[in-house]
Structure formats: C-alpha cells, structure tokens
Design a protein around this ligand. Structure first.
Ligand SMILES: [Cu+2]
Length: 122
C-alpha cells in the first residue's frame, strides 16, 4: 500500500467511525449551543445542561462579541469575531454567568444587556 493510500484510508476511518462516536458521545452528554443575535442578546439566555456537557458559543453576526465570565466562580474572556466560536465543558453543578463586554453593563454584580447563564444540573 502506498503512503498516500494509507493516509486516505485512515481519513475514511476517522470520518466513518470516529466522528459518529464523538457526536453520539456529545449528544449523550447533553451538549448545548448559545449564539449571539443581531439584536445583541444571547440566545438562549439561560441554558440548562447536565454535568460533563460542552457548551458552544457561536457568533453568526457581523460584529464582534465576547464571552466573558462574571460572578466569580469561573473564568473565560474570549472575543468572538464574526463567524467564530468557543466551547467550554462544564463538569460541576452550578450557575455560570457570562456576558458580552461590548454590549452589556455590569453594575453591582448585576448584568444588563447581552448577558446569559449556564445552569449545570447537580
Ligand atoms: Cu456583544
């Protein structure tokens, strides 16, 4: 078998066997998606998942947003350019609040504007 054919066969194995297993595993863990909207909100605002779930924030809008943690019990501060995404896996129960620094205000720990939360079930 040539080197090239070997690589091609390996890619087919990845596509047909490994990827479906990964997708099935993710579905079982209760993955969730959150996306930025053109009205500068997160949708959904509240997302409830089981421990071990991965949450993916997507930015399908034409402007940049950030996924920025607040509340003090976790940390993330990532800028999402148009079309970008970022993911986090939540392994422990709790309420994990996030906001977009560009389109929200945080006053006295209270967020207004582009704010959301992930609730991880116990
Ligand atoms: Cu924003």
């Amino acid at each position: 078998m040539t080197e090239r054919r070997s690589v091609a066969r390996w890619l087919v194995v990845v596509a047909l066997v490994v990827l479906p297993v990964l997708v099935a595993g993710n579905a079982a863990a209760g993955n969730a998606g959150v996306h930025a909207t053109i009205s500068r909100t997160w949708s959904p605002v509240h997302t409830r998942v089981d421990p071990g779930s991965r949450v993916i924030w997507r930015n399908p809008t034409s402007i940049s947003h950030t996924v920025t943690a607040f509340g003090g019990n976790w940390s993330i501060d990532r800028t999402l350019l148009p079309g970008a995404l970022v993911g986090r896996t939540f392994n422990s129960a709790g309420v994990f609040k996030f906001r977009c620094r560009f389109h929200s205000a945080l006053v006295g720990g209270v967020c207004s504007g582009m704010c959301g939360r992930i609730v991880v079930r116990a």
